[in-house]
Ligand binder design. Structure first.
Ligand SMILES: *[C@@H]1O[C@H](CO)[C@@H](O)[C@H](O)[C@H]1NC(C)=O
Ligand SMILES: *[C@@H]1O[C@H](CO)[C@@H](O)[C@H](O)[C@H]1NC(C)=O
Ligand SMILES: *[C@@H]1O[C@H](CO)[C@@H](O)[C@H](O)[C@H]1NC(C)=O
Length: 781
């Protein structure tokens, strides 16, 4: 085996161990029997007649399976049920042993018992470049506060209410439909809610059950945001305009949420030790009861199947109540099949760049100058007139090793003191590498991408002068540093640059499709700005999030699908304000069919990881276009029963289906001939392995939300592998809200080894209603 193989194995090993540790949900051990939190879904219609209150029923269900050894604290036994849920779905979160959980699953009325899952925030904890579209978005929407009655619920790390982004000057009273609350706790009082932050709650019972009581000295056991992430996402969705916002002078301008007039309800579900599904579900449940219109969730956990994913189940219940749920797609890209939050009733958002950049450069003693990015701003700037000694502690410029990664405790101060240190990206947080170099006496850092990140750059707010460079530049710098007996270099920083081309570009980290649970539902749905996003920040943590970082800033620059998700949540809030009667599916359809797939140099949208045009598995329907989404012409509507019919095509058992039918006695009407017939605004034709099947037909129905009398004709891409026929090819509407159906027949000419993609567009001369199309031929394994 060659060294590459060994290195790869080593990386995988580290990756897996980090990943596994992260996902194990701790259990508490009482009397030698470990208990964990389980989410118990119940069929409320099965409640025995002997119970008048479902809470009594729940606790008796738990008692009936509980094994309580002699001498166990009775009080503790009573606290086994930590949450009950009733708005988004029916059930509870309970502390059970594995054996008890198994027994509970067999009880009458219990339709699912799912273990607690730990979720992670979808920020890359670092910034890069960005800028353009959102400026346009913002100027169009700027001071039209038509979105006053819409409430965006943000499930995150809480909120920093003092931020000027939550200034409520000019707002009218709290919307009459709002039933939420302002929960008080350390650092958060009633007056911290206002006409902008109309609700704030904290959910920690699942967290405390898993990790022990919150140390209130160290952590605010209240909606107050210590981490910054929740303040950033809430402000991105619905922050009020703040002039002169910037991070240490970078990205100077007006910071404004996508829906500056909408209200915010903060649901704190993430704590220093993680985010737990029982808490997240309780937040969704409360948000539904409180009356939010949009729920924004920049978190993700494992996906296995729709009925095993508690968030998916809760989202279904929220959708039934007319609430749009927008979630981050995950930062697992550019690997394929790396998506989270893929349920069709969720809007799944990937990330793209903007046209703003923060250039920096590295000058080498050899005279070579290489470009990178930086957000460094400090008093200890390097003198531009001096060349400083440079050091790379790795032994091979093309394959990183533990020392070259600048992990904690690996740098020898005798080697690095007074020098600019070259560190490889990976394993430890980027800003932490900077801290390691600084503590070892280094005076600057060059952070080099490896093959895993290619040329996609991430600018961070490092504690010392630092420039991030791409893999190619990094290799050149490392080779110079290893070959030259006395390597020298210097770093330079150029502030903020706008008008970067091309942009947007799909971010390398943005999670990719296909949707492995159902190939017939194309995911992600959309991309939105998620790289180098400037938004409000907490006053309790520095911009690098390192404990050693004593700087305090009002705004921070972050990247991740965590940042793109609230862009879509905010725009959805605007559409909801403009079209209060639209369903969540109608709003999502408007966002998707008006999205664009070109960049600012009029070329096809690119994938940052390859530099080639991106595909619908990378960008879904494309990049959001809020201005056009207000007037989409046609929409693809989907009702709750339609989504349920989709589930009926997914091979779920009756009991598994009941999990989604808890408010109604929904049953399968078998109105869909297959999953691809769900009236989704994207089309995915899947040819089975059986080569005799050469035709796939997909049905769709569009609703006219444009002028009453409109005539649309269809345009569809050409495909190598199939002939496509759309019938009818003209849709003539005579009324507003009229529905017309069409069918698309795909006939295989030659089976293709890789999926083919294109688009189907309905045009009336004014509107372009575009659906991405993907065709897949399954091959025998
Ligand atoms: C450096 O790593 C590359 C790729 O892993 C490998 O091909 C090469 O032989 C290594 N060189 C040395 C000097 O170890
Ligand atoms: C809120 O905004 C108003 C109007 O822009 C301004 O006068 C006021 O000072 C702001 N308040 C705070 C606390 O920033
Ligand atoms: C069940 O469905 C039937 C027929 O749609 C309806 O009449 C009935 O009210 C439903 N029952 C409940 C409990 O929703």
């Amino acid at each position: 085996m060659d060294t590459t193989g060994i290195t790869v194995k080593w990386w995988i090993c580290i990756f897996l161990s980090t990943y596994l540790t992260f996902n194990i949900v701790d259990s508490s051990i009482n009397n030698g029997v470990p208990k964990k939190t389980y989410i118990v879904h119940v069929d409320i219609s099965a409640i025995p007649a002997t119970y008048t209150d479902h809470l009594d029923w729940y606790s008796s269900l738990v008692k009936s399976v509980a094994v309580s050894p002699e001498g166990v604290d009775e009080k503790e036994e009573e606290q086994r049920v930590i949450y009950t849920y009733q708005s988004a779905f029916h059930g509870m979160a309970a502390r059970l042993t594995e054996e008890e959980a198994e027994r509970l699953e067999g009880q009458n009325g219990v339709v699912g018992v799912l273990p607690e899952v730990r979720y992670e925030l979808h920020t890359t904890r670092s910034p890069v470049f960005l800028g353009l579209e959102s400026q346009d978005i913002m100027s169009v929407w700027s001071d039209k506060l038509t979105d006053h009655d819409v409430v965006v619920g943000v499930l995150d790390t809480g909120i920093w209410p003092e931020s000027p982004s939550f200034n409520d000057t000019g707002f009218t009273g709290v919307p009459t439909h709002w039933k939420g609350a302002c929960e008080v706790g350390r650092g958060f009082q009633k007056h911290h809610c206002n006409k902008k932050i109309v609700g704030a709650r904290a959910f920690y019972r699942g967290y405390e059950a898993a990790t022990g009581s919150i140390n209130e000295e160290k952590e605010y056991k209240s909606p107050r945001d210590q981490d910054g992430h929740g303040t950033h996402t809430a402000a991105t969705a619905a922050g009020s305009p703040v002039h002169g916002a910037n991070l240490l002078g970078y990205a100077y301008g007006t910071a404004r949420g996508m829906s500056p007039g909408a209200r915010i309800a903060a649901y704190k579900v993430c704590w220093a030790g993680g985010c737990f599904s029982s808490d997240i579900l309780s937040a969704v449940d409360k948000a539904v009861a409180d009356g939010v219109n949009v729920i924004s969730i920049s978190l993700g956990g494992g996906v296995s199947a729709y009925h095993r994913d508690s968030l998916s189940i809760a989202a279904f219940g929220a959708m039934e109540k007319g609430i749009l749920i927008s979630c981050s797609a995950g930062n697992g890209g550019p690997d394929p099949i790396s998506l989270t939050n893929v349920s069709p009733w969720i809007t799944t958002v990937g990330a793209s760049t903007m046209d703003r950049d923060f250039p920096g450069s590295v000058k080498l003693g050899s005279g070579v100058m290489l470009k990178g990015v930086s957000l460094y701003k400090g008093r200890r700037n390097l003198s531009p007139k001096i060349m400083y000694p440079l050091v790379y502690t790795g032994s091979n410029s093309s394959s990183p090793d533990p020392v070259s990664l600048c992990l904690e405790g690996t740098l020898n101060p005798h080697v690095v003191a007074g020098k600019i240190v070259i560190c490889d990206r990976g394993i430890s947080p980027r800003v932490q590498k900077g801290q390691v170099v600084k503590e070892a006496g280094g005076i600057g850092m060059i952070l080099s991408n490896t093959a895993a990140n290619g040329e996609e750059l991430v600018a961070d707010c490092h504690l010392l002068p630092a420039v991030a460079v791409g893999e190619k530049e990094g290799k050149a710098i490392k080779q110079y540093a290893m070959r030259d007996p006395h390597p020298t270099g210097n770093l330079a920083f150029y502030g903020t640059k706008l008008g970067i081309k091309p942009s947007p570009v799909v971010a390398a980290f943005s999670s990719r499709g296909p949707n492995f649970i159902s190939l017939e539902i194309l995911k992600p749905d959309l991309v939105a700005p998620g790289v180098n996003i400037l938004a409000a920040w907490t006053g309790s943590t520095g911009p690098s999030s390192l404990e050693a970082d004593k700087r305090r800033v009002g705004f921070n620059i972050l990247s991740g699908t965590s940042m793109s998700c609230p862009h879509v949540s905010g725009v959805a809030a605007l559409l909801k304000a403009r079209h209060p009667d639209w369903s969540p599916a109608a709003i999502k359809s408007a966002l998707m069919t008006t999205a664009y797939i070109h960049d600012n140099s009029h070329k096809p949208l690119q994938d940052s990881s390859t530099g080639r045009p991106s595909s619908p598995y990378d960008h879904g329907a494309g990049h959001i276009n809020p201005v056009r989404a207000v007037d989409p012409g046609l929409i693809y509507d989907i009702g709750a029963q339609d989504y349920f019919e989709f589930l009926c095509t997914q091979g779920l058992t009756r009991t598994q289906l009941v999990v989604f039918a808890k408010f109604s006695n929904r049953t399968c009407q078998h109105s869909l001939s297959g999953p691809s017939d769900l009236n989704y605004p994207a089309l995915s034709a899947v040819f089975p392995e059986d080569k005799r099947v050469s035709t796939v037909t997909i049905h769709r129905t569009v609703t006219n939300v444009g002028p009453p009398t409109s005539k649309y004709h269809v345009v569809i891409s050409e495909f190598k592998g199939v002939d496509v026929k759309v019938e009818p090819s003209i849709l003539s509407f005579t009324k507003k809200y009229q529905k017309l159906s069409y069918k698309v027949t795909f006939t295989t000419k030659t089976r293709q080894p890789a999926p083919e993609s294109g688009a189907l567009i309905w045009k009336d001369g004014v509107h372009r209603v575009r659906s991405p199309v993907v065709i897949t031929w399954l091959s025998p394994l």
